[in-house]
Write a protein that binds this ligand. Structure first.
Ligand code: MTE
Length: 326
């Protein structure tokens, strides 16, 4: 990941700075070789081994029936790719770092606080949250603003179930999501690359759309830490950075909440961030994408679809100029 010096003097990595895949693979090999050369059983060996298998050591099954409404024909991305090529800046800005650094994140006990414009604020422990509605497996296309995409079988339920339980007041127009912010567990938080904690936001009607998935697992297992354990959002019609990980707070608000990437680079990352081949990022086109696993640096890219192919959300934006509200 390339780090740029921003106008405010901070060292600023943008999600746009892609580690070319060949370089990434080479680095991964290097770490593995380095690890094999050191004492077996060392932390590094364990990390490399875990990374090689694309999962945390304690991968636990999570049972959910596939929802046929979201079974797409695209080939699934391999579990290894989806769990070792990650953006999770709390664990470093390089794609390989979350899988190596997030293993120690303590995901039990864990609570999520529901607050703001709701009838009565409450706190749910993660196991109660998990049981709030029936878990489904949904295969979603996932498009990163950097120009790559994946196809992942996620496990969760529509966020609308939690919204219903929260009983938002008439003032609630938006939802803010807040990630854990813990310097002890998250080495990336010690560096000022973003204004921590990582936050994201949605308009209430977007959040209540059935596609918006409160997510607890992937590939038949609980989420590995690097993918946002124990609970994250997955919003398949929006760029990946909206899909906030390791959530500890969900706040209903009157006003549009600030979001981490919008605060950092407002010209580049808007509040809506809907996938659109017609709205280029200021520094590159969004018309096409590289599907992880099908790549090779010279493979043909595929065309990016409006709303990432999820046209059922179009009615949320009727009458809005999506070039202005990017
Ligand atoms: N959530 C938090 N808390 N911190 C992050 O750095 N990165 C975002 C998003 N959620 C991020 C986050 C970005 S840029 C992307 S592309 C996706 O997570 C990556 O999700 P994945 O690692 O499961 O593919």
């Amino acid at each position: 990941m390339i780090i740029r010096r921003a106008a405010n003097g901070l060292d600023l990595p943008y999600p746009s700075e892609i580690t070319p895949r060949a370089v990434f693979e080479e680095r991964r090999q290097f770490i593995r070789r380095l690890a094999l050369g050191s004492v077996a059983g060392s932390a590094l060996w364990e990390m490399a081994n875990r990374e090689a298998h694309g999962q945390t050591a304690s991968a636990q099954k999570l049972v959910a029936s596939p929802n046929p409404a979201y079974a797409i024909l695209d080939k699934k991305t391999s579990q290894k790719d989806a769990t070792t090529y990650n953006n999770f800046y709390e664990f470093g800005t390089d794609k390989s770092e979350p899988a190596m650094m997030a293993g120690g994140l303590k995901t039990r006990p864990w609570t999520v606080s529901i607050e703001g414009e709701v009838k009565k604020p409450f706190v749910l422990d993660i196991d109660s949250l998990l049981k709030l509605a029936t878990l489904e497996e949904r295969i979603y296309r996932f498009r990163c603003v950097e120009g790559w995409s994946m196809v992942v079988p996620w496990i969760g339920y529509s966020l609308s179930h939690l919204i219903k339980k929260a009983e938002p007041t008439g003032n609630a127009k938006y939802i803010e999501f807040v990630t854990l912010d813990d310097k002890k567990q998250m080495p990336g938080v010690r560096s000022p690359v973003l204004d921590w904690p990582y936050t994201e936001g949605l308009r209430l009607d977007e959040a209540a759309h059935p596609l918006a998935l409160l997510t607890f697992g992937m590939y038949g297992e609980v989420l590995p830490n690097q993918n946002g354990a124990p609970v994250r959002m997955v919003l398949p019609w929006k760029y990946g950075f909206k899909s906030v990980k390791s959530i500890v707070k969900i706040r209903f608000t009157k006003e549009q909440p600030a979001t981490a990437w919008n605060k950092t680079a407002p010209r580049e990352y808007g509040f809506y961030s809907n996938v659109s081949p017609e709205v280029d990022h200021p520094r590159w086109s969004q018309a096409s994408e590289r599907r992880i696993g099908e790549d090779g640096l010279f493979a043909r890219k595929r065309k990016t679809l409006m709303f990432n192919g999820y046209s059922e959300v179009a009615s949320l934006y009727t009458g809005m100029d999506l070039k202005k509200f990017y």
